[in-house]
Design a protein around this ligand. Structure first.
Ligand code: HEC
Length: 177
C-alpha cells in the first residue's frame, strides 16, 4: 500500500516535471500537459522541398519544449538528456468571427515528438492520435534532415527567436546554410 502511494507520487511528479514515459513495447506516451511547457515558436505553411508557395490555408506548427530541457539550454546552449520536444500541427482559417485578413489556428492535425536520452535523439509520430507514438528508426528522414540542417544538436534553433541569441552567445550555434 505504502509503496503504491510512493509509486503513484513519483509518477505524478515525473509527469508534471515533464519526464518521458514509455509503454512496455517502447512507445512514447504523449505528455498530456505539453501545452504548459515552454513555447518556442510557430511556423506557418513551412515547406522544405523548394518551389513551394504558401497555400490559402497553411498549417501552423507550434513548438514546445519541456521545462528541464529549456533550463539546461538557457544555461549551457546545449540540450541536456531528458529534453523533449512537441511539434503540434494545426489547421488554419481566415475570415471567421471579426477576422478580415490573415489567418488563425483551428483544429489539431497531428503531433510529432523528439526526445534526447543517453545522448541520442529519437523521433516519434503520433498522427492525429492522442495516445502513444512509435519511434522512427535511427536512419529515418526525420533524423537525416534534423542532423544535417538543425543549427543546434539536431534542433532548428535557427527558427526559434528567443533561443537563437543564447546559442550564439554560448558558441553552440552551427551555421547550416
Ligand atoms: C526536410 C526536413 C525535415 C524533416 C524530414 C523533418 N523535420 Fe522536423 N523540423 C524541421 C524544421 C525546419 C523544424 C522547425 C519548425 C518550425 O520552425 O516551426 C522542425 C521541427 C521539429 C520539431 C521541434 C524541435 C526541433 O527539432 O526543432 C520536432 C519535434 C520535429 N521537427 C519532429 C519531426 C519528426 C518526428 C519527423 C519525421 C516524421 C521530422 N521532424 C522530419 C524539418 C524537418
Amino acid at each position: 500500500m505504502r509503496s503504491a502511494v510512493i509509486f503513484a507520487t513519483v509518477l505524478v511528479v515525473g509527469t508534471l516535471a515533464g519526464a518521458a514515459e514509455f509503454t512496455k513495447d517502447g512507445q512514447l506516451v504523449m505528455p498530456a500537459q505539453y501545452r504548459e511547457w515552454i513555447y518556442l515558436s510557430t511556423g506557418m505553411g513551412m515547406t522544405y522541398a523548394g518551389g513551394g508557395s504558401t497555400p490559402a490555408h497553411p498549417n501552423f506548427d507550434n513548438v514546445f519544449v519541456n521545462p528541464e530541457g529549456y533550463r539546461g539550454f538557457v544555461s549551457t546552449g546545449k540540450w541536456p538528456d531528458g529534453t523533449m520536444f512537441v511539434l503540434e500541427v494545426r489547421a488554419s482559417e481566415s475570415e471567421g468571427s471579426i477576422n478580415k485578413g490573415g489567418a488563425f489556428q483551428t483544429t489539431r492535425r497531428g503531433i510529432e515528438m523528439e526526445t534526447k536520452q543517453n545522448g541520442k535523439w529519437t523521433f516519434y509520430d503520433f498522427g492525429g492520435n492522442n495516445g502513444t507514438g512509435k519511434p522512427f528508426p535511427a536512419d529515418s528522414p526525420c533524423n537525416a534532415c534534423h542532423s544535417q540542417n538543425g543549427a543546434v544538436d539536431n534542433t532548428f534553433v535557427q527558427f526559434y527567436p528567443t533561443l537563437l541569441p543564447i546559442a550564439k552567445q554560448k558558441g553552440t550555434f552551427k551555421e547550416t546554410h
